[in-house]
Design a protein around this ligand. Structure first.
Ligand code: AQP
Length: 340
């Protein structure tokens, strides 16, 4: 009897694009909310992780510092365990298609849409002396970042939902005009990961460009961690309870502890009931130091091998450019530019 062999078509894994700005040393917030989750995705998805240096210059940067922070960030991505063969790790500015795509998409985006972006309102208030056009059109650059790679999924925090929405609107507009150019991206909401708040103003998120005592940097040594956690703002009622609205400081410490130990916030609060804030702070300090120490040791090793770091970012840029160029050429052809 004749046998028919049917071969299943290879299934392309879903593609993920995410990025982080080299606007300082990453904080515990960046680590808990983004970086450590990236590691969990590398076996299931095709992941591209970008050091978003083009985004960083919407705020004025010192050149030498920007360069150093960018290299350090790459070393940190490796130090948290991201495999540069499984993931594409690259500097955004090395893939010139980002800037090109951003211009094209600017012409398919309306001023009114950009004016509604809350991050623009926040950042322009924070940097009132430098409200540049880049700050205004930042979401268009970000839309291009995602669409260039035909990403299916984009890990987003709550603060980025509005930007993903605008990206989808732009993609739908371009697809509506020219047919299927872009994959429509969806948000990827991680099962683990919390929003880490500022240690000094716990109603605002922890940010790497805030004053030093507001955040814990991934590179902070034990003494700095101890000091910053000890000085973290709490409240005066003395009760350890998870209640972000009325007790933002204590709740923030509980969520950090929960994110680092894997124990539920409520269980932690219960086990610490009746204890003082000093004990909560010392548990947080131990958990943070325990998490950061191995990352810092590995970071130091990577920073000592500049040739290896260079090989990683060069190969990342090549791999990313290949994908990005396909999408860019496709769009340029559809718009009506003469091909080279
Ligand atoms: N506090 C946070 N808690 C949880 N997740 C956070 N992220 C940032 N802060 C927290 C997540 O980290 C990823 C990379 O962020 P980014 O560096 O690209 O930009 P950002 O969100 O603007 O981070 P910062 O630290 O606040 O930078 P600056 O001070 O330069 O503006 C994102 O996925 C973000 O959600």
């Amino acid at each position: 009897m004749e046998q028919t062999l049917t071969q299943a078509a290879p299934v392309r894994r879903q593609r993920i694009l995410s990025g982080i700005q080299p606007s300082g040393t990453p904080t515990l917030g960046n680590y808990i909310g983004a970086m450590r989750n990236w590691k969990l995705l590398e076996d299931e998805y095709d992941c591209l992780y970008m050091i978003a240096d083009l985004h960083t210059i919407t705020v004025r940067q010192e050149p030498a510092k920007l360069r150093q922070q960018s290299i350090q960030l790459l070393a940190l991505l490796l130090a948290i365990g991201l495999d540069p063969d499984k993931n594409v790790l690259f500097f955004q500015s090395h893939v010139t298609q980002h800037a090109q795509m951003s211009w094209l998409l600017n012409c398919f985006t309306y001023m009114g849409e950009m004016s509604r972006m809350t991050q623009f309102k926040d950042k322009s208030a924070k940097h009132a002396d430098n409200v540049n056009c880049g700050l205004f059109t930042y979401p268009v650059l970000m839309a291009g970042d995602i669409l260039l790679y035909q990403a299916n999924l984009v890990p987003v925090g709550v603060d980025q939902t509005q930007h993903l929405e605008i990206c989808r609107d732009i993609a739908a507009r371009v697809n509506g005009l020219y047919g299927n150019v872009f994959t429509m991206p969806e948000g990827y909401y991680s099962k683990v990961g919390a929003r880490v708040m500022s240690l000094q103003e716990p109603t605002r998120k922890m940010s790497k460009s805030d004053p030093d005592d507001c955040f814990i940097s991934i590179l902070d040594g034990p003494d700095a961690v101890r000091r910053k956690v000890r000085r973290a703002v709490t409240d005066s009622d003395g009760e350890i309870r998870f209640d972000p609205e009325n007790k933002p400081g204590v709740s923030n410490l509980l969520s950090i502890l929960s994110a680092l130990t894997g124990e539920k916030v409520d269980a932690l609060a219960e086990s610490m009931a009746g204890k003082g804030y000093g004990e909560l702070k010392s548990a947080v300090t131990d958990a943070v130091i325990g998490t950061l120490e191995p990352i810092q040791a590995s970071f130091t090793q990577y920073m000592g091998d500049k040739a290896y770091l260079e090989s990683v970012y060069r190969s990342g840029a090549e791999r990313a450019s290949r994908i990005a160029e396909r999408t860019l050429s496709k769009l340029m052809k559809k718009i009506g530019f003469v091909g080279r």
